[in-house]
Write a protein that binds this ligand. Structure first.
Ligand code: N01
Length: 542
């Protein structure tokens, strides 16, 4: 049934399973399906009341994915691909959640998912070679394998601002939006944060609110999404060539096929590059802009050309010159996650919207009535926190995971995450991460990367079984070499130049390490396949 289970309908939890999966988003769902096909027993623990992960939690107004629907979908079941009818080019959160629920129904997934239950601890028992998993509902499960399908952007965070708890009006975090409609009609609303969540929700909230005040610390680069209904013809066209398209996705850089650039932007005439950028801007695709030339993401001078061009666009849209200036980012384009929007910059031309540049007017505290900056106090009926996540590692380290010798994962990673292929980490046998740090993950179409990891992990488990082996664990040397490679690839790009969540810069005290793997989805897949083909080279199998 598609009805959300009630507390009373909580599944019975088995005492022992082959695999415990944490999270029932797109990763956990597909993993469960594949584990069943492999004849393994599994239980999935999920904090929410239904499947969908990111798309279950992030219900803020205007929430959409910024990868096209026909590409941001599972490839493992051609029949599912043919049957599901996407409505829009960039689907809304409710449409994507409906897709997740459709998949759960289709494969009867919910019977092995325990909802309303968070995994709090997982300790490795070296003698028994099993994981002892505990939940906030008092469950205790023994499993041979533990898979963290917890997502890269799931541990949300509030800003570190004094007085936060004293505010007396309504508060919302974009990643914990209520299930019921929130109506801002006639309300004075303040929003902190101008990343993807802020950029998507600001235009929608502005249409409702009496007044919306946006508190911006760092401006985002955003492109118009050019969202629209899909046509019957384009759906039919994709459905006819899906198999070939999926292969192109898997071999591409970002999990989205694009033309490979051949020219430096510095070699192009001004007229030519203006035309190329204009085309990317009109196409409503981030990837088209960043891959228009060979050097935009690796060379400062090249990137500056794109930056100045986008500044020109912002200044042409936003009427108030100071606001326009404040909206122009100064870090290299693409080094913080760029956004796709619907009417974002235009929103600042509305009489009921104001932008507060926190670089000039920092927030001092949150008061019972609103937000006080160094200049004045702003009073609000509601405050929206679009302040993001403890990305990539937060969801992993907040669970008390202990490996060999009782070593805690959080402590082991205190100077930054260390993994082999972003799949496993030394000292933690039979622990797998789906799209973990050190894998392309957030630099890719997540569903493409999720499917690749799930397939790889299931193959590894089946290989162990077939060989009569019981444990798999990265060798420290192989892990060191992979971490070095991840760093080397990142330092050949402009990514480390920005204070981004990719670098852990949004979390005070988090080590400054570029966490995802920037070598591209296709190259990464080849490496993982090669490791498996060579008898899981770099892992110890016992
Ligand atoms: O979070 P963010 P998000 N005082 O971290 C600001 C994906 N996503 O939820 O940049 C003042 O990007 C912070 O400022 P700064 C996507 O991968 C995708 O928006 O740290 N401001 C920033 O402006 C995305 O990148 C989609 O200086 C504070 C904002 O809050 C990722 O999720 C949609 C502050 C946080 O932005 C995260 O996006 C949504 C403080 N103390 C999300 N603390 C799509 O598919 C933080 N900020 C379109």
């Amino acid at each position: 049934s598609t009805a959300e289970p009630t507390a009373a309908e909580r599944r019975e939890v088995p005492g022992t399973v082959d695999v415990v999966v944490v999270g029932a988003g797109f990763a956990g769902m597909y993993l469960l399906h594949e584990l069943r096909l492999a004849g393994l027993s599994a239980v999935v623990f999920e904090k929410g009341t239904d499947v969908g992960g990111t798309w279950y939690w992030n219900r803020y107004p205007g929430a959409r994915v910024d990868v096209e629907s026909l590409a941001y979908s599972y490839s493992f079941d051609p029949d599912l691909e043919q049957r599901f009818e996407w409505q829009e080019r960039y689907p809304t959160q409710p449409e994507i959640l409906a897709y997740a629920r459709h998949v759960a129904d289709r494969f009867d997934l919910r019977r092995d998912i325990v909802f309303r239950t968070a995994v709090t601890a997982a300790h490795y028992d070296e003698a028994a070679k099993t994981w002892q998993v505990r939940t906030d509902q008092g469950d205790a499960v023994t499993a041979q394998y533990l898979v963290m399908a917890t997502g890269c952007l799931s541990a949300s965070k509030l800003p570190e601002i004094p007085g936060l708890e004293t505010y007396e009006g309504a508060t919302y975090h974009t990643a914990h939006w209520p299930h019921e409609d929130v109506d801002f009609t006639g309300k004075r609303v303040g929003i902190i944060g101008t990343g993807s969540s802020g950029v998507q929700s600001i235009p929608v909230i502005a249409e409702q609110a009496a007044h919306l005040t946006v508190f911006q610390r760092t401006p985002a680069y955003s492109l118009p999404a050019r969202n629209r209904k899909l046509t019957v013809e384009e759906i039919a066209d994709m459905k006819a060539r899906y198999r070939a398209y999926r292969k192109e996705q898997q071999e591409s850089g970002f999990g989205v096929p694009t033309a490979i650039p051949t020219k430096s932007v510095l070699e192009a005439s001004e007229e030519e590059r203006n035309a190329v950028f204009e085309q990317a801007w009109e196409s409503g695709s981030l990837v088209n802009l960043l891959t228009a030339y060979t050097d935009l993401t690796i060379d400062q001078e090249a990137n500056d050309v794109a930056k100045r061009w986008i500044h020109g666009k912002i200044k042409a849209i936003v009427e108030d010159p100071q606001t326009a200036e404040d909206l122009c980012p100064d870090y290299p384009v693409g080094t913080k996650r760029p956004c796709l929007d619907t009417g974002y910059y235009e929103t600042y031309n509305r009489a009921n919207v104001s932008l507060i540049n926190l670089r000039r007017e920092p927030i001092v505290e949150i008061t019972p009535r609103g937000i006080r900056t160094e200049a004045r106090e702003y009073e609000f009926d509601a405050i929206v926190y679009a302040t993001g996540f403890d990305a990539m590692t937060g969801a992993l380290t907040k669970v008390d995971i202990r490996g060999r010798g009782g070593a805690s994962l959080a402590e082991t990673w205190s100077a930054g995450p260390r993994t082999y292929l972003g799949i496993g980490t030394a000292g933690f046998p039979n622990l797998f991460m789906i799209t973990g740090p050190g894998s392309p993950s957030v630099l890719s179409n997540m569903i493409v990367s999720i499917e690749q990891h799930v397939d790889w992990v299931c193959d590894a488990i089946e290989h162990l079984r077939a060989q009569g082996l019981t444990t798999i664990e990265p060798q420290p040397e192989a892990q060191d070499a992979w971490v070095d490679h991840v760093n080397e690839v990142a330092s050949a790009t402009l990514y480390p130049k920005a204070n981004s969540w990719y670098m852990g810069a949004n979390v005070p005290g988090k080590p400054r390490v570029f966490m995802p793997y920037a070598g591209g989805v296709g190259e990464y897949r080849k490496k993982c396949d090669e490791v498996a083909r060579n008898g899981y080279e770099g892992f110890v199998l016992q």
